[in-house]
Design a protein. Structure first.
Length: 509
């Protein structure tokens, strides 16, 4: 029998605007609050010991519930969960901006994480089921990848402007207009294919095991940063995470309707994407974290100027994603974009490892930022697309959630691991050079820079490993090319270039 042609939504490009706007809001929130944290801490009287919870409360809820959020999107429908996520995120942001005390702020941050875990996979899976033609998909994911990669740096800029010229509360309130516009647009123009729903019963044991396992893992890295890697609570959390996630895999292999069908992660190409993206985010967090402190404390930049200093990297990400990645995605294999992209980003990081007390921004920091942005933008674009390529429509939400999970866990690892490395190197340098120091202030700055550069060197190695994994594991052909075979989720062996997910439903014989 002949195949039926897919109905193409004439409003799909308008839909992309609102999907991308929601994604920008979620990514912005991961960094915008960091800039405002010192002001919020002082205003609400938050102790130094508790200030980390402003970040951790969000990370635990977001990272722990992502798989659950992706499954809810498959169950309820992505459009509905997208709108609910936007409304909930806006309400949580309003509560955060109006916080009268520490408890209210921490509760609002956790609530943001809950609705963010529903919103993020809904947005990516909507994109996956809306754009199925190879060239259009390349353009759409180019835009989405640029936002996913550059949104964090934009958050630093916007956070600096709002904190310096208004107050820290506006770093929460700014989410409300984003959410209102995106939700209104979703109601008016976003549609999703009816066949994309997954009506199977919810896997409650899987939800509990995955949530507790991911929360233990993220919190373990947070405790490692403050208590040390060999502290009893840290090791206990890591052991618990390993046991819970192993139990989760065993349960998923036996239940009829798993939360995370193992076919989603068993595919070689998607596994390569999840692993390399997670590693790349570790490296990126090293850049944002240490370069922000370096520019403000060592170079004396204001929050606004610090944010503006990251603009060339944002421009590089947009260029790499929309002009390099999107244009070449239908012409070359994904690994020939991802591996070189991560390598160029590693070279940019290598340049930035040379910073010292007198480093010139135009001569060294600027080219490092541009290389970093171009590389990450080029790599992120095909990675985002490939992460949902070949999945069955009913699994699009949970496959999208795995992308966000790899990034969230990578961010938690990056913050803890690289911060610990930097702190140790700073202390060792200060101890070794204390006797010959001309002044305590100078030694302090020199020790800080040594700590930053040591951590950045580690980030170079991590990005290089991400490039190696992408080149080794990702072996699918170019979209539309149809060369080497790649396994489909049903094990039938779809052609590498086929858009096998939602493309052309075959009528029953």
């Amino acid at each position: 029998m002949p195949e039926t042609l897919p109905s193409v939504d004439p409003r799909r490009w308008k839909a992309l605007i609102f999907i991308a706007l929601a994604q920008l809001m979620v990514v912005l929130d991961s960094t915008i609050v960091n800039i405002a944290l010192p002001s919020a801490q002082q205003d609400l009287g938050i102790s130094d010991a508790n200030r980390q919870w402003v970040i951790t409360a969000y990370a635990l809820a977001f990272g722990g519930l992502l798989l659950f959020g992706g499954r809810i999107a498959d169950l309820w429908g992505r459009r509905r969960s997208f709108i609910i996520g936007l409304i909930g995120f806006a309400v949580a942001s309003a509560l955060g901006g109006a916080a009268a005390n520490e408890t209210m702020l921490l509760g609002a941050r956790a609530l943001q994480g809950v609705f963010g875990a529903l919103l993020a996979p809904s947005a990516l899976s909507l994109l996956a089921v809306t754009f199925t033609e190879a060239r259009e998909r390349a353009k759409a994911f180019g835009i989405f990848g640029a936002i996913a990669g550059g949104g964090g740096a934009v958050g630093l800029i916007l956070g600096g402007v709002l904190t310096e010229y208004m107050n820290w509360r506006w770093t929460f309130f700014v989410n409300i207009p984003f959410a209102v516009v995106a939700a209104t647009g979703a109601v008016l123009v976003i549609r999703e294919p009816a066949e994309g729903r997954n009506p199977s019963r919810l896997d409650v044991p899987g939800v509990i095991l995955a949530t507790l396992g991911l929360v233990s893992l993220v919190y373990g890295f947070t405790r490692a940063e403050s208590d040390g890697w060999l502290a009893g609570p840290t090791l206990g959390l890591f052991v618990a995470a390993a046991a819970l996630l192993l139990a989760f895999v065993l349960v998923e292999s036996k239940v009829a309707a798993p939360l995370l069908p193992l076919r989603v992660v068993a595919d070689r190409n998607r596994a390569g994407v999840y692993a390399s993206l997670g590693l790349a985010v570790i490296g990126m967090f090293g850049l944002f974290l240490f370069l922000t402190y370096y520019l403000q404390i060592v170079k004396g930049y204001t929050p606004v100027v610090t944010g503006l200093a990251f603009l060339p990297m944002v421009a590089g990400m947009i260029t790499g994603s929309t002009q390099i990645g999107a244009r070449l995605m239908t012409r070359v294999r994904p690994r020939l974009l991802m591996a070189p992209g991560f390598t160029v980003a590693a070279l940019g990081m290598l340049v930035l490892s040379q910073i010292d007390l007198t480093t010139s921004y135009p001569a060294l920091i600027l080219p490092g930022f541009v290389l970093m942005g171009l590389g990450m933008g080029t790599a992120f674009m095909p990675a985002m697309s490939l992460a949902t390529h070949g999945v069955q429509p009913r699994d699009a939400g949970v496959a999208s959630a795995m992308v966000n999970t790899s990034q969230q866990v990578g961010g938690a690892i990056g913050t803890a691991l690289l911060n610990t490395i930097a702190a140790s190197a700073t202390t060792a340098y200060a101890t070794a050079h204390a006797a010959g120091a001309r002044s305590a202030d100078l030694l302090k700055l020199q020790s800080m820079v040594h700590g930053y550069t040591t951590a950045i060197w580690w980030a170079v190695g991590i990005l290089t490993l991400a490039a190696a994994l992408a080149f080794t594991l990702v072996n699918t052909g170019r979209p539309g090319g149809g060369s080497p075979a790649v396994s489909s989720d049903d094990g039938a062996g779809a052609g590498a270039g086929e858009e096998s997910e939602v493309q052309v439903p075959v009528m029953a014989h």
